[in-house]
Design a protein around this ligand. Sequence first.
Ligand code: MN
Length: 762
Amino acid sequence: MKNEEFQNNREKDRAEEEIINQAFQELLNDYLASKHRKRVEIIIKAFNFAKQAHKGIKRRSGEPYILHPIAVAKIVCNEIGLGSTSICAALLHDVVEDTDYTIEDIENIFGPRIALIVDGLTKISGGIFGDRASAQAENFKKLLLTMSNDIRVILIKIADRLHNMRTLGSMLPNKQYKIAGETLYIYAPLANRLGLYKIKTELENLSFRYEHPEEYKVLESKLAETAAERDKVFTEFTAPIRMQLDRMGLKYRILARVKSIYSIWKKMQTKHLPFEEIFDILAVRIIFEPHSAEEELNDCFGIYVAITKIYKPHPDRLRDWISHPKANGYQALHVTLMSNRGQWIEVQIRSERMNDVAEQGFAAHWKYKEGGGSEDEGELEKWLQTIKEILEDPQPDAMDFLDTIKLNLFASEIFVFTPKGDLKTMPQHATALDFAFSLHTDIGSHCIGAKVNHKLVPLSHKLESGDQVEILTSKAQRVQPEWANYVTTARARSKITSILRKEAKVCQKEGEQRWEEFMQQMELTANEENLNKLLKLHHLKSREEFFTLVGSGKINLGETDLNALKEKSTSGWKKLLSFSFGLKEKEDGAEKETEKEEGHGATGEEAERINTKEILKLTEESIAKNYIMADCCHPIPGDDVLGYLDENGRVIIHKRQCPVAARLKSSFGNRIIATEWDTHKELSFLVTIFIKGIDCVGLLNEVTQIISRQLNVNIRKLSIESSDGIFEGRIQLYVHDVEDVRTICKNLKGIQQIKQVTRVED
Ligand code: MN
């Protein structure tokens, strides 16, 4: 029994394989019969890739899934007339959406062009065809237009939809209504706008059939009942026309064009007419081969003149779409004639070329370009561009919904995607930070950067329609004052200012409390006089500033502060710096050498000590309390430094390699004081670290993690630039000393993608 089942399954598999291969072979044959370049290899590659990716997956109908992409590719090839790039993209259109393969995989295997189209298709798919499809229909229409970077995305999407509509029968009824409604609302008008009349008509009919099955059935049977009568009318009416055209020596075909069920129904609705009173159900289409390309126009009007000699034309119903083609490229001559039965019949006169354009839209122009099958992609690009231009600059035929949307909405909005494919509307010029705040205030306030289309960008990056935006956050991140310059939306800006205001208040309060506690502990009075001493010590102007810094931990009240408060006390405090006026206990070779080089009375340091002190009549103690960090080189604890004793008895601390210090050494050698840092972790100093490396997912997060793990180190500012996969960042940090910087640099270097870490010496 089991064995039998197994056998059955194997047979079924083989039969399925056969169906798949046959469907693909048909596609290949159709492609080879077209005028496109014969790039069969890449199509086969795309087919094999998609087949393997969708392996084992079935559609609702029970068919192997791969038959769907093949069918879409067939529509793309036969009914829209596109070439190998589009066929490949059609074959691959559901791979990223439905399987584990990523867009990067597609790009690696099939190159950037196909990947871009598949990406566009995936974005549309993920965002819209979830459960919120109908709710987002309005957005979607706009999106399609803004996304028309490559119009093939839209053309393939239409083909995809057409096939889904053709196979809608196997879907659940509630899904059917939704998809049908969407098709009528979005895709049919779009197909019409692109000149894909045949597809537009089919989409409308299919939608109608699922939305109003009863009415559809009624009209279908009425059409069937009246078919014989129409045939008779058609034969009678066209007989004299055929004779005339034969006499003119033209190659032609005459088709009866029966109004689509949907169009009939629409006319019945809008004009409030019963079926029997719709008189233009039958139209006649004359499609001819011109004598030559130059004669095409003349032949058209020649036919017009000839047939109006047979039947009387309606004076108001000549439509000349030949001299003035429609915006979507449609060309034809429409004339309405009185039949011998006393009935108006519309006759459409078109050349074969015009007919192709009418049915396949602009894609058909492709066929008629000079040079047959050897066209390059450039030519293809050119007419795709034409369609794009039409979309971007629609003609004022007010009927078209695309026109109105384009005119009043596009100036002010862009459409971006979340990583999950949700569509968000943002004002034009919105930045990544705006987007972060639009998602949630928490996301905005902890935002450290973003990935736009998988590339790392800074907070201030301007978004564009169609961008996929992933916001990167870090718990360590805080709202920064300069963020107000990075946003354009009122929402983000007001959030930023209110957070900053709130934080400043909290900080100040916290700072004030800490100050009071500190004073209490030290058994001192927290009065104005003492506060001023500390303002002076930290070079600050206002108490608010002081409290904010204390509150945020950028100033840790400690022994230095205590010393400033207890001016007279000399014992029990630890200095930030020690200055040596005599021979140092440890020989500092470098320092000594420098001094010798400069040649300043190298009579020994003892002499110099006396010299300096006597000139300035200063005590070591007063010097120790009166120093400032040089603005030019911003030394921090741990840097190799030296002091310069200025006229006012202050010691200016420079890095030893600072150019200003070098000048001072050579000119005022006797005022230079050897200076050593004392260990301490009390004050914070600002340093900038530069990093450079290879951009990758999660990198920024790792960087901030490492920094925030370092005790008591705060990020002040983080700016990042990324181009062509290279990542460059500048991080401003508050650190205590060089040791902090060294640890951070060491840890940052531990990240594999980071190739360079340096402290910026400024
Ligand atoms: Mn699909």
